[in-house]
Design a protein around this ligand. Sequence first.
Ligand SMILES: Nc1nc2c(ncn2[C@@H]2O[C@H](COP(=O)(O)OP(=O)(O)OP(=O)(O)O)[C@@H](O)[C@H]2O)c(=O)[nH]1
Ligand SMILES: [Zn+2]
Length: 343
Amino acid sequence: MSWLTDSDDEGDWAEYDESDARVRPNPKGNKPRSKRRPDHSDAVPGRVFSVDRGRYGVWVGEGTAEERQLVATRARELGRKAIVTGDRVDLVGDTSGDEGSLARVVRIQPRTTLLRRSADDTDAVERVIVANADQMLIVVAAANPEPRPRLVDRYLVAAYDAGIHPILCVTKTDLADPAEFLANFAGLDLTIVTSRSDDVPVDELRQLLEGHTTVAVGHSGVGKSTLVNALVPDANRATGRVNDVTGRGRHTSSSTVSYRLGSGWIVDTPGVRSFGLGHVDPASILASFTDLAALAEDCPRGCTHLPDAPDCAIIEAVERGDLGEAGRERLDSFQRLIATLGS
Ligand SMILES: Nc1nc2c(ncn2[C@@H]2O[C@H](COP(=O)(O)OP(=O)(O)OP(=O)(O)O)[C@@H](O)[C@H]2O)c(=O)[nH]1
Ligand SMILES: [Zn+2]
């Protein structure tokens, strides 16, 4: 599975058709095992920006003169496969995007990343939040509400598990100095941005987000909407159309909302209240710390790499000073994230 490959090249996927995979070669030459399905070679590619009870908002022709939003349902041939915000899909039916038109999603392209959560930490059942995001913007306030390193740790675990690059944005720096809070993350390879509503670093953030699909997460009240409003002009708000058709209120049940930002996207997650990590395998966290992962090859089988782990090769290397002073901070951060999974 290519979690970390670049998602921008749609050409790689152009010829892939999931329905082909189900039609097996038939050496005996008798009746095919499964019904031949239409190949939908005329299908139009698009990107899902909103999901609302069986209706999908899809952006088609991004960056071209034919750019448009349309509303789609799922084709029966998709079976039980879920379509989530960020999915790249192929559409047939009425793809005009005209008022009242309805297209059909016939294919979901392979996903480069999948951000998941469970209801709580004991729940191994995962729910998908967003597909194909390559960055996570973790928004936390310097004060009001007070920043909690443990909550940020949880977001980081989810990001590393999904192979998504985290960016930490500290808001409300007019209210408090975030230095002490930020010291918690000194050992991480983390892009950090600070912001205050009277001086939002719009250029810096645009540069970081341009060309990427960035999922924004944060506790209620941290100033996430203030940031998005400063970044995204109204004209780029890919919202609302789904509800025009269904006649329901705005985003009553959808848990994500997407915004265009140049050639990039911001996916906001206002409905996501908890971030259970019951589905996360500690090995996927270690894999994100490539320097530590290399050392772990000499660890005893089943090593937890936690402070009480006997003969842990990572701990021994750090104690010898092999990774310098920064190595100690890095090991601390890593151990805190791993411990998050067990707490
Ligand atoms: N002092 C200060 N206040 C801010 C800043 N950014 C946002 N606020 C205030 O904090 C409150 C919450 O901001 P929002 O942008 O609505 O926060 P949110 O994270 O979107 O919160 P939800 O809508 O609950 O998800 C508002 O009263 C904002 O005016 C900041 O940089 N400094
Ligand atoms: Zn170890």
